[in-house]
Design a protein around this ligand. Structure first.
Ligand code: AVI
Length: 340
């Protein structure tokens, strides 16, 4: 007996674009695993990015405003320390500080540091590096609108998977990786990202790393279980995105958002839990996935740090911590580290 690929059961129409192809690969791998998981980058379609922006303004979600307050309080000191660190390895030399950023910055947070650099040295070069061309265009437009004295040179690149290529510079470079974005990667992936960046930096250059800190479980869990349900919508939107990109039929009402502190791993875990036994068909993968009642899809890790774990992550990627700034309650930390 022969089967033909044109039967409705077996024919899978091709996907329209490379992003959908990447979604298909990730979903096939994650939902075929035990336990099931999905990578956190899937959150960030247009709606997911909008929901994340809302999360950063929620009363329970303290990281964004705490980091912003640290920048507001210490920006001049941060810029000064970065310049002095470089001067130690380049005695007698001068040069303008250049700021690069992994991820497209936002005018509000990164702008505070750029303002301080402009106050200190005048015209300042800023190079944001982001995988999303549209996020970059938006960030550049808002940055140039509000920021005089800043020259923006954007680069589109995937700094997680690819080696970076940053242009040479005659003077100090400070690389920003802020917002506790590093916390969404497992420790080995986090070290790889920082190592890739390290290869592009020169002796005396610096990395400014923003990290959310370990704290009371209730405070942590509240930040990921907000009263208005925005984080719940952000988590569930991942299924809506898969439905759209892969023509599947996830019923969002049959899953619930779960966010819990895992003390052993020092991370908040987000999951989507199946409220009943069910099978979901994903036509673009020509596959079906079975869910037991109570089974979960692990959708995100958000690692939380201590000063000690920050130092050991930095050292594992060949950086040496220079100075750390934090808020009164030690909820968030901003650490400057050098390549030597
Ligand atoms: C982007 N990232 C640092 C956020 C975090 O806190 O891990 C993503 C997020 N997930 C749920 N709320 C916010």
């Amino acid at each position: 007996m022969s089967t033909t690929l044109s039967t409705p059961e077996l024919f899978t129409p091709p996907l329209a674009n490379p992003v959908q192809e990447a979604v298909a690969t990730a979903v096939l791998e994650g939902l075929s695993s035990t336990p099931k998981w999905l990578p956190a980058w899937l959150f960030y379609d247009a709606e997911g990015s909008r929901l994340f922006e809302r999360i950063t303004t929620l009363p329970e979600y303290y990281p964004t405003r705490t980091e912003r307050a640290i920048f507001a309080g210490y920006a001049d000191g941060i810029i000064d320390t970065a310049i002095r660190t470089w001067q130690k390895t380049h005695p007698g030399r001068t040069g303008r500080l250049r700021i690069i950023e992994l991820g497209a910055g936002t005018a509000t947070k990164t702008g505070i540091l750029l303002d301080a650099a402009v106050r200190r040295q005048g015209q300042t070069e800023y190079l944001p590096i982001d995988v999303s061309e549209s996020a970059m265009a938006e960030a550049c437009a808002s940055m140039e609108r509000v920021q005089s004295g800043v020259t923006v040179s954007p680069q589109v690149a995937n700094y997680v998977t690819d080696a970076l290529e940053i242009p040479q510079h005659n003077g100090p470079t400070m690389a920003l990786y802020i917002g506790s974005s590093i916390g969404n990667f497992d420790p080995e992936e986090a070290a790889t990202i920082l190592c890739n960046l390290r290869r592009q930096l020169q002796p005396g250059d610096t990395l400014l790393l923003g990290t959310d800190m370990v704290k009371d479980r209730r405070k942590l869990e509240a930040a990921y279980n907000d009263h208005d349900g925005v984080t719940e919508a952000f988590n569930l939107n991942l299924l809506r995105r898969i439905n759209r990109d892969l023509r599947s039929n996830f019923d969002l009402a049959r899953y619930r958002h779960v966010a819990l502190w895992n003390e052993d791993q020092s991370r908040i875990e987000m999951h989507l839990q199946s409220l009943r036994e069910q099978t979901v068909r994903i036509p673009a993968l020509n596959a079906s996935f079975h869910f037991a009642k109570g089974e979960t899809i692990h959708t995100e890790n958000s690692y939380k740090f201590t000063s000690k774990s920050i130092a050991s992550l930095l050292r594992s990627a060949s950086y040496e911590p220079v100075e750390q700034w934090t808020d009164e309650q030690h909820w968030f930390a901003v650490t400057l580290a050098t390549t030597e």
